[in-house]
Design a protein around this ligand. Structure first.
Ligand SMILES: C[S@@+](CC[C@H](N)C(=O)[O-])C[C@H]1O[C@@H](n2cnc3c(N)ncnc32)[C@H](O)[C@@H]1O
Length: 270
């Protein structure tokens, strides 16, 4: 092989690597700054319409919560995010979730929370004048205690791919799922999971739209980031959710009952 050609090829490929690296980092910076901007806008909206989380905490009976924590002692090394007996932390987080959906400024709504866990989101919603129903498995004993103390009604059921949800006998203005986990079907080890395919998401969203949402109802799905810190929305999933009419905002997908509607986080006036 001619040495001069191979050297020039090497220079070319190095230059193209540098250029694509620069483009990638520019894209990453753009994405990052857009994300920061979106997060900032959420903060500003909450700040201009403050909700005092303390007044929801004051209604809880501290002795009953201490007893619950004693009964279901978390592992000492458990992360704050897994300490569901920590009402002060979770009520504050869920006040922010409610503010981001304008639930502090909307007429009373019927809300279904999928994978409702300890029940804090519905507790905050109920405290803001809405009516709530949760749905979760019965795997976590602590959640029996927290939902009872928070006066949150829930249905015990599993969400499985390609399986319609049980009939709940009513439709909702808002269906939510925060830190969605039900799409993970099988642990593969090394923090990897088998998860729902675009076809599974299509089935699930169609089921919610046709059987659980009122005409102007909305579905909010909020996802944890992936283990490596990247977004839940891979290019394939982003395209899938967009094709189903979702508005994607940071970790969230918001969908309207009518697939041709582009829903807004701001709640419509009735
Ligand atoms: C990470 S926790 C989030 C709890 C709550 N939504 C929150 O944000 O605080 C995920 C919840 O989804 C529930 N869950 C996981 N897989 C589920 C499934 N297949 N069907 C129904 N619920 C499920 C878990 O029991 C748990 O309560």
């Amino acid at each position: 092989m001619d040495d001069s050609i191979s050297r020039s090829e090497l220079v070319c490929s190095t230059v193209s690597c540098i250029i694509s690296g620069v483009r990638l980092s520019q894209k990453f910076r753009k994405l990052f700054s857009f994300d920061v901007l979106q997060s900032f806008s959420e903060h500003v909206c909450r700040w201009t319409h403050p909700v005092n989380a303390q007044r929801f905490l004051d209604r809880l009976d501290p002795a009953a919560w201490r007893q619950l924590s004693k009964l279901y002692q978390p592992r000492p090394e458990a992360l704050k995010i897994n300490r569901f007996d920590d009402a002060a932390y979770w009520v504050t987080i869920n006040v922010e979730r409610a503010q981001d959906l304008w639930l502090d400024r909307s007429p009373p709504l019927r809300i279904l929370d999928l994978g409702c866990g300890a029940g804090y989101f519905l507790y905050v919603c109920q405290s803001l004048g809405h009516e709530g129903l949760g749905l979760d498995t019965s795997r976590e004993p602590l959640f029996h205690g927290t939902t009872a103390l928070l006066n949150v009604r829930r249905i015990i059921s599993r969400i499985d791919p390609g399986v319609p949800l049980p009939d709940l006998g009513e439709k909702f203005d808002l269906v939510t799922a925060h830190r969605v986990c039900f799409h993970r079907t099988e642990r593969l080890g090394d923090h990897k999971w088998n998860e729902w395919t675009p076809a599974d998401w299509k089935f699930f969203i169609n089921d919610i739209r046709t059987r659980f949402l009122r005409l102007d109802g909305r579905l909010l799905l909020d996802f944890n980031p992936r283990r490596n810190g990247s977004s839940f929305f891979t290019p394939e999933l982003r395209a899938c959710f967009r094709s189903l009419g979702a508005r994607i905002f940071r970790s969230k997908a918001l969908l309207a009952a009518d697939p041709s509607d582009r829903p807004r986080f701001k709640q419509k006036k009735r």
